[in-house]
Design a protein around this ligand. Structure first.
Ligand code: NAI
Length: 328
C-alpha cells in the first residue's frame, strides 16, 4: 500500500473546512489509492470545534483516513505536509479598509509561509483559498524562500466552475461539452472569465453565444459577483462549492488535466501575457507531471487585453501594499 500523504488544512473548523474534510478523507482530493493523514490547524478558540469535526471524521470509518491531528501552532501543523490547503483567513469586517485587511491576513499568511518553509515536505503543494487569496498566497510564498515558488497557488477554480455552469445554462448544453474555459487575474470582482478561448463542441464560445452584450453585461458580472449572490440567497458564503473547487484544483494538480482541455488556477507569473513576473495571477493552465504550467501562445483581443490588464493592475496594487507593510 502507498504511504499516507500528509494534508494540512487551516480553518478546519470553518464552513468550508466542514464541507472539505470529509471529501479529502474519502479519497477525492488525491484519488482512490492514496491514504491521507489530516493535520488540522485552527486558532485556539476553535480547536474544540475542530475536535468535534475530527470525531465525525472518525465516525465515517473512511478506509483511506490514516490519522487526524489537530494543532493551534502553524510550525507543528505544517511539519511534514505534502499538501496544504490554506482556508482560514481574516474576513473583511464592516468599515475595514483594504490595507487593514491585507495587514490582518499578513499576520496569518506570513507565519504560515515561514512554517511551510521550515518544516513542510520537499514535495509540498500549497493551495490558498482564504481571501484575498492571490495576495495571501503571495505573502506565504514570499516567506518560504526555500520552496519553489511554483508550489504556491491560489484558487480561481470556483470562478472557473461557475463560468462553466453559466455558459452551459445559456446554451442549453452540458458542462462536458465545454472546454478551455479561462479565468484570468485576481479572484475578485475584477476577474476576467474569457469566452474567446473557451470552446463549445469545438466552436469558440463567444461565437456559439453570438451575443456580445450578454457576454459583457451579464455573463462576466454574474460570474464575478456570484459569491455575493450566494450570500444574499443562502445567508452564508459559498462553502460546499468552494470546497468542491479546492478538491478539483488539487486533484488536477496531482493527477493531470485531460488532453485537449485546460483549467484555471492562480499561479506565479513568469511574465506570460504581460503579467508582471512574481504576481500570483489566474491563467489558463494544464497540469503535466504534477506541475501546473501556463498555456502559452493564446491571442488576446482588445477587450480581453483590457480586462486582464485591469485585474492584474489590482494585483500589483495589492502586492505594493503588502510590500509597504513589510509582509513580503
Ligand atoms: P469561516 O469563517 O467559516 O471559517 C474560517 C475558519 O478559519 C474559522 O474556523 C477560523 O477560526 C479559522 N482561522 C482564522 N484564522 C486562522 C489561523 N490563523 N489559522 C488557522 N485557522 C484560522 O470561513 P469560510 O466560509 O470557511 O471561508 C474561509 C475563507 O475562504 C474566507 O477567507 C473566504 O473569503 C474564502 N473563500 C474563498 C473562495 C475562493 O474562491 N477563493 C470561495 C469562498 C470562500
Amino acid at each position: 500500500a502507498k504511504a499516507p500523504v500528509n494534508v494540512t488544512v487551516t480553518g478546519a473548523a470553518g464552513q468550508i473546512g466542514y464541507a472539505l474534510l470529509f471529501r479529502v478523507a474519502s479519497g477525492q482530493l488525491l484519488g482512490p489509492d492514496t491514504p491521507v493523514k489530516l493535520r488540522l490547524l485552527e486558532i485556539p478558540q476553535a480547536v474544540k470545534a475542530a475536535e468535534g469535526t475530527a470525531m465525525e471524521l472518525d465516525d465515517c470509518a473512511f478506509p483511506l483516513l490514516a490519522g487526524i491531528d489537530i494543532f493551534d501552532d502553524p510550525k507543528q501543523a505544517f511539519a511534514g505536509a505534502n499538501v496544504a490547503l490554506l482556508v482560514g483567513a481574516r474576513p473583511r469586517t464592516k468599515g475595514m479598509e483594504r490595507g487593514d485587511l491585507l495587514e490582518a491576513n499578513g499576520g496569518i499568511f506570513k507565519p504560515q509561509g515561514e512554517a511551510i518553509n521550515a518544516g513542510a515536505a520537499d514535495d509540498i503543494r500549497v493551495l490558498v483559498v482564504g481571501n484575498p487569496a492571490n495576495t495571501n498566497a503571495l505573502i506565504a510564498q514570499a516567506n518560504a524562500p526555500d520552496v519553489p515558488a511554483e508550489r504556491f497557488t491560489a484558487m480561481t477554480r470556483l470562478d472557473h466552475n461557475r463560468a462553466l455552469s453559466q455558459l452551459a445554462h445559456k446554451l442549453g448544453v452540458s458542462v462536458t461539452e465545454i472546454k478551455k474555459m479561462t479565468i484570468w487575474g485576481n479572484h475578485s470582482a475584477t476577474q476576467y472569465p474569457d469566452l474567446y478561448h473557451a470552446e463549445v463542441n469545438g466552436t469558440v464560445a463567444a461565437d456559439a453565444v453570438g451575443d456580445d452584450a450578454w457576454l459583457r453585461d451579464e455573463f462576466i458580472p454574474t460570474v464575478a459577483k456570484r459569491g455575493a449572490a450566494i450570500i444574499e440567497a443562502r445567508g452564508a458564503s459559498s462553502a460546499a462549492s468552494a470546497a468542491n473547487a479546492a478538491i478539483d484544483h488539487v486533484f488536477d494538480w496531482v493527477n493531470g488535466t485531460p488532453e485537449g482541455d485546460w483549467t484555471s488556477a492562480a499561479v506565479v507569473s513568469d511574465g506570460s501575457y504581460g503579467v508582471p513576473e512574481g504576481l500570483i495571477s489566474s491563467f489558463p493552465v494544464v497540469s503535466r507531471n504534477g506541475r501546473y504550467e501556463i498555456v502559452q501562445g493564446l491571442d488576446l483581443n482588445e477587450f480581453s487585453r483590457q480586462r486582464i490588464d485591469a485585474s492584474v493592475a489590482e494585483l500589483a496594487e495589492e502586492r505594493d501594499a503588502v510590500r509597504q507593510l513589510g509582509l513580503i
